[in-house]
Design a protein around this ligand. Structure first.
Ligand SMILES: [Zn+2]
Length: 270
């Protein structure tokens, strides 16, 4: 079985961000989860990007046995009232068991999407990291065009902090550095893109014990579905390539990456 360790089910079923889910959305999510299960993807970790989408994430996790929530504010959603929003999330984390919160994020730094406010993103990132540390949770890190700045923050906390660099797109050297600190690397469907040879080199270089599989659905579908909406059921479509790069069978890769996810997010299955 596989676990999709980074998915936005809420964004798959509605076009507008930062709006509450309604009943029909939950029906669509049930269908997505059923399709995923048929493809061997039995669990989904659903990632929040704002206070509203984090609340949606908690609601989805509470409704479906096989979904867990990660709550936080995405660096691109870091508004001037981020601290207010983050304090709402902090309250939900107090009841992390009840709310099925298994991690904090996604957080991190993004100096690609404009306009961005560097200091605000750094402040928010540190807030998320401290919240994770206080609650013994991992962080889900988004890092885009900000490798040096992100690692500068992470290095301050690396002794106690655990987490994953999701949608990893940096170099082999950086991958080796962060895995040496015990962090995981999230690999998605974009590993199949013809131009992405550098990521395939990263996958070859790092040990399978640091690899997590993720779709980031609805974004970044594997090559054969480019231009369409991504979905957790597509995990096996690129896991196959990851298995080949690592010289293991698909079953072995499924087992190892599932164990990795269980360990990092301390998942308890019912
Ligand atoms: Zn994401």
């Amino acid at each position: 079985m596989f676990i999709d360790t980074h998915c936005h089910l809420n964004m798959m079923v509605k076009k507008d961000f930062d709006t509450p889910l309604v009943e029909r959305h939950f029906e669509q999510i049930a269908q997505i989860l059923q399709n995923a299960k048929k493809a061997g993807v039995e669990y989904v970790i659903n990632i929040g990007t704002s206070w509203q989408e984090s609340l949606n994430s908690i609601k989805i996790a509470k409704k479906f046995n096989n979904v867990f929530a990660v709550t936080g504010i995405h660096p691109c959603d870091c508004s001037d009232v981020w601290l207010n929003d983050a304090k709402k999330i902090e309250q939900w984390v107090i009841d992390k068991q009840e709310n099925k919160i298994v991690g904090i994020g996604e957080t991190g730094l993004d100096f690609f999407h404009k306009p961005f406010f560097k200091q605000r993103q750094v402040d928010a990132f540190k807030f998320h990291i401290e919240l994770a540390l206080q609650n013994d949770l991992p962080v889900v890190i988004h890092m885009r065009d900000a490798t040096d700045e992100t690692l500068k923050v992470v290095v301050e906390y690396k002794k106690d902090l655990k987490g994953v660099f999701h949608c990893f797109s940096s170099t082999k050297d950086i991958a080796e550095q962060i895995t040496s600190w015990g962090f995981y690397i999230g690999i998605g469907g974009y590993v199949t893109y013809p131009k992405n040879e550098s990521l395939r080199e990263v996958v070859k270089a790092i040990s399978t014990e640091f690899i997590l599989l993720e779709t980031d659905a609805p974004f970044l579908p594997p090559q054969q579905f480019r231009g369409k909406q991504n979905s957790p059921e597509y995990i096996p479509l690129f896991a196959d390539l990851v298995a080949k790069l690592k010289n293991v069978s698909l079953d072995e890769l499924a087992e190892i990456t599932t164990d990795n996810a269980k360990k990092l997010f301390a998942l308890k299955f019912k």
